[in-house]
Ligand binder design. Structure first.
Ligand SMILES: [Zn+2]
Length: 314
């Protein structure tokens, strides 16, 4: 097995460097790729965080897996790239320094933009040996995602693994063109997209939920050895096939009354919008019984801004 020009031998550990792209200061930026291959043959699992440089929770998930040594499999190989977009991470920004969103330029091109070249390396020098990908993301700066997995309803292998991972919510959503996920899909690699919390924030409950999911998958694949924490499931998974955004009808301060991950009843007041002068108080009610996938925690919104991402299932 070869990755990034290095022979990966059974029972060995490697830290390689994915990046061959330099900054304009001519400095090289290291993107560590941590590889652990077990003594026995088995699947190759890739764990990625920080494709968006400001999504700290995702980086924390992969960090915890490594820090506890759960990335050392008894069979197969685990590849961890905790911070894929190290450029963005250094400035706590979503994008690459060329202003591009790495997750919209996959599979990349050999001689394209900085982000595109980087995507090309990941697609062509890492993915060819990978059997399963788990990729960790968050919501936006104000918009907090309830912890959930996203899989395409047409991808049965991904769905099977998503059910093993067993996040509190499973959201069936179609692939977006030019994402890492879309490239994995085209290559026939099962891919789990975990979303939880918001960018620029470190949220341990979100990270722990994801770590447990990863460990459930690794245990299912008979890859982990010992020292696992309690990974039993103590929730009933909410499955969502349709969703929509509830938008603000007024501009002002937003005050959510319900949290991401809550199930609310039709006509329940889930937020209010006020103005700075004490004149306005506009209440927002749930349009139907629904699950809150994402909540905008403000502090301010304009008319038309998305406030809640809600399920539309009956
Ligand atoms: Zn992201």
């Amino acid at each position: 097995m070869r990755i990034l020009g290095t022979e990966i031998k059974a029972g060995n550990s490697y830290t390689l460097n994915l990046n061959k792209v330099k900054l304009y200061s001519t400095s090289e930026v290291e993107v560590p790729v941590i590889i652990e291959r077990g003594e026995l043959d088995g699947p190759v699992v890739l764990l990625t965080g920080g494709i968006h440089g400001d999504e700290i929770n995702g980086i924390e998930v992969v960090r915890q897996i490594i820090a506890h040594g759960w990335n050392k499999p008894k069979r197969g190989t685990i590849i961890c790239i905790p911070v894929v977009n190290i450029f963005g991470f250094l400035q706590l920004k979503r994008e690459f320094p060329d202003g591009r969103d790495l997750n919209r330029v996959f599979p990349g091109t050999k001689k394209g933009s900085l982000a595109s070249r980087f995507a090309y390396q990941l697609s062509n020098e890492v993915l060819p040996i990978v059997d399963i990908v788990m990729d960790f993301h968050t919501g936006g700066a104000q918009r907090y995602n309830a912890p959930h997995l996203r899989v395409d309803a047409a991808e049965s292998k991904s769905i099977e693994l998503a059910k093993v991972f067993n996040a509190p919510c499973l959201y069936f959503s179609s692939n977006i063109s030019k994402t890492f996920r879309a490239t994995c899909s085209k290559k026939g690699i099962p891919y789990l997209l975990y979303e939880g919390g918001k960018s620029g924030d470190s949220d341990k409950t979100i990270a722990v939920e994801a770590v447990k999911g990863v460990l459930r998958v690794l245990e299912h694949l008979d890859m982990v050895t010992e020292g696992l924490p309690d990974i039993s499931v103590n929730h009933t998974t909410v499955e969502i096939t349709k969703s929509s955004w509830l938008r603000a009808k007024k501009s002002g301060f937003i005050h959510p009354k319900a949290q991401a991950g809550d199930k609310v009843k039709k006509d329940e007041i889930i937020a209010s919008i006020t103005d700075p002068y004490g004149r306005l108080r506009h209440e927002i009610k749930a349009p139907h019984d629904t699950f809150l996938l994402n909540v905008n925690y403000g502090p301010v919104v304009y008319q038309g801004d998305a406030i809640f991402h809600i399920s539309k299932d009956e």
